[in-house]
Design a protein around this ligand. Sequence first.
Ligand SMILES: [Zn+2]
Length: 73
Amino acid sequence: MANLNCSVCGRTVYPTVHFRDHYVVDYYSEVTGDTELVVIAGSEHDRQERSYLKLTTVREIVRCAGCMKGAAG
Ligand SMILES: [Zn+2]
């Protein structure tokens, strides 16, 4: 199986390890990408127009626990 690496610092990351009374998270997976605005016209029963951003291309960002801590601080 190929190593999974942090998109920020490049270090190899490992799945979350569970213990009896705690767990250790080594990385977080985030999804981002390009979006397009989709508008849904109102209907006879609900005249309100609604819009949302549709994800058209998906990019996964893997961030190790250390880089995630840096991003939060
Ligand atoms: Zn990192």
